[in-house]
Design a protein around this ligand. Structure first.
Ligand SMILES: [Zn+2]
Length: 45
């Protein structure tokens, strides 16, 4: 799962239906794709 952050208002969208890439708050279509494995869920080897 990947989350998105709006480039305009900073709204974080935890999940997005396929084909619909739009901010629910301001309807901006420019979103940053965020990786959620930066600080958590790192598998130890
Ligand atoms: Zn927005």
């Amino acid at each position: 799962m990947s989350s998105y952050k709006c480039a305009k208002c900073g709204e974080i969208i935890p999940s997005m239906p396929q084909g619909v890439i739009r901010c629910p708050s301001c309807a901006n279509k420019i979103l940053y794709k965020m990786r959620d494995n930066v600080t958590k869920d790192i598998k130890a080897r």
